[in-house]
Design a protein around this ligand. Structure first.
Ligand code: PLP
Length: 450
């Protein structure tokens, strides 16, 4: 099993050939099958003698892979798609082949160095000071949780008398913020917002004043602004929310899992003025920064606070934690970690930042054209002008059941993958456009079915 035999060599060639073909050719959209169907096709794959490498690869490429939707397909526009660059995907093969350990400087110095330069690029785009730093974690959910745990640790240090803490965010914030508050067992203040869905400084101030009046022995440890909501791409008013947080000495976290990729393009960057006030922020390169799953950049204004909050202590770790070196494990809820920032690093280093700016600009342009196409369509109504690359709209006269039936058929016909969502309790459709391969002709092909 651990020897590179001629038989393994043959499977290696097959695996590389499959991988390269998957990268080069436009993949079909594909779609799920039921467990019963899959079982009838492949049976039980775990046997005492093993199936053999080539046979198992065949099972995967012929049957299991086609039962997975290609999230990088240009007409996959549901949720938030993925659109890894060719080089980012290719370098993931290198990461997989290299047994790199990304938890400590001692073991992974070269890789950690490269990851940190990538994080520095993001921190600079956001306008954070030299003290900023962090780590690539699995996704925005873990990134948000880790940032909020650090925020509470800092709040507890400054105000040990406070009995219980709360996190404030808008009612449009991502579900992972609520999940984090449940894990942390802190209160969640859902700040009411105006009809446009944007949370502003004055809304936050009102909500935290009310919370403080009603709960004299409690206080707020973090205010979370969303820089591009998942559903509609709404950006909270970062300058005023940041100012309220700074004035009240409350940790300011910016959840930019989807949207903050827009920092890479100078026009879009202007929408995020105020992010420089953040005590921490996250952005998921697996969403709109062209990296493969799964990777979230978590960055603290003062990396030291992240380290204080998350370093694990044990005799067997002293060799690492007692050194002054930068150990990525210390900055989030994790210990062992793969060097998941390297695919992004490689592609960014190879192509340069201009290519990233251009790719973001391309998707923004496609989103604008998609919005125009929706407006020109007799049966559709644009919900709002897109400020990022999410285009949301409704189909006149349709109920949720109509939307669902249409969505199922669209996938069945292999035209596209677009799932219904809701806004203010009413069903909507949305295109999330993060793939530079998505052209307006793809959008038109989908709109033709509405
Ligand atoms: C996607 C998303 C998250 C969660 O990120 P995962 O990587 O899916 O865990 C959090 N916040 C926002 C705004 C998101 O769009």
């Amino acid at each position: 099993m651990h020897e590179f035999t001629p038989e393994i060599e043959k499977v290696a060639q097959e695996i590389l050939e499959y991988s390269l073909t998957r990268l080069k050719d436009n993949p079909p959209l594909d779609g799920p099958k039921s467990e019963a169907e899959l079982f009838s096709l492949v049976g039980n794959t775990i046997t005492e003698a093993g199936l053999g490498g080539s046979e198992t690869l065949q099972l995967f490429t012929q049957t299991l892979a086609p039962a997975c939707i290609s999230t990088d397909h240009p007409r996959y526009l549901a949720f938030i798609p993925s659109a890894p660059s060719e080089l980012a995907n290719l370098f993931d093969l290198v990461v997989g082949a290299s047994a790199l350990y990304g938890g400590s400087w001692l073991e992974g110095a070269g890789a950690v160095f490269a990851e940190n330069q990538t994080l520095r690029w993001l921190a600079d785009l956001a306008g954070l000071p030299e003290s900023a730093g962090g780590v690539f974690v699995q996704g925005g959910t873990i990134g948000n949780l880790s940032a909020l745990v650090a925020a509470r640790k800092e709040a507890r240090r400054l105000h040990p008398e406070v009995k219980r803490w709360a996190v404030a965010c808008s009612s449009e914030a991502h579900s992972s913020i609520q999940s984090a508050t449940e894990v942390m067992d802190v209160d969640l203040i859902k700040v009411p917002v105006q009809l446009d869905g944007v949370m502003r400084g004055a809304d936050v101030k009102k909500a935290i004043d009310l919370y403080r009046t009603e709960n004299p022995d409690r206080d707020i440890c973090a205010i979370v602004a969303t820089a591009g909501t998942t559903n509609l791409g709404i950006i909270d008013e970062l300058p005023t929310v940041g100012e309220v947080a700074n004035n009240h000495k409350i940790w300011f976290h910016v959840d930019g899992a989807y949207g903050l990729a827009g920092l890479a393009h100078e026009e879009t960057r202007k929408l995020f003025a105020g992010v420089e006030k953040a005590d921490s922020f996250i952005v998921d390169p697996h969403k709109w920064l062209f990296a493969p799953y799964d990777v979230c950049a978590l960055i603290y204004r003062k990396s030291e606070i992240g380290r204080e909050a998350h370093t694990q202590h044990a005799g067997y770790l002293d060799a690492l934690t007692e050194s002054d070196e930068f150990n990525p494990s210390d900055y989030a809820i994790q210990l062992t970690r793969r060097t998941r920032g390297l695919p992004l690093w490689f592609s960014l280093a190879a192509h340069g930042t201009k290519a990233y700016s251009d790719a973001v600009a391309k998707t923004m342009e496609t989103a604008r054209m998609a919005a125009d196409a929706v407006k020109a369509h007799p049966n559709l109504e644009l919900l709002r002008e897109p400020n990022l690359s999410i285009v949301a709209f409704t189909r006149k006269g349709w109920t949720m059941a109509d939307y669902k039936a249409w969505s199922d058929k669209l996938l069945e016909d292999q035209i596209g993958f677009v799932t219904p969502s809701t806004d203010k309790g009413l069903p909507i459709l949305r295109f999330a456009i993060v793939n530079p391969w998505t052209n307006v002709s793809d959008i038109e092909a989908i709109l033709a079915t509405l």
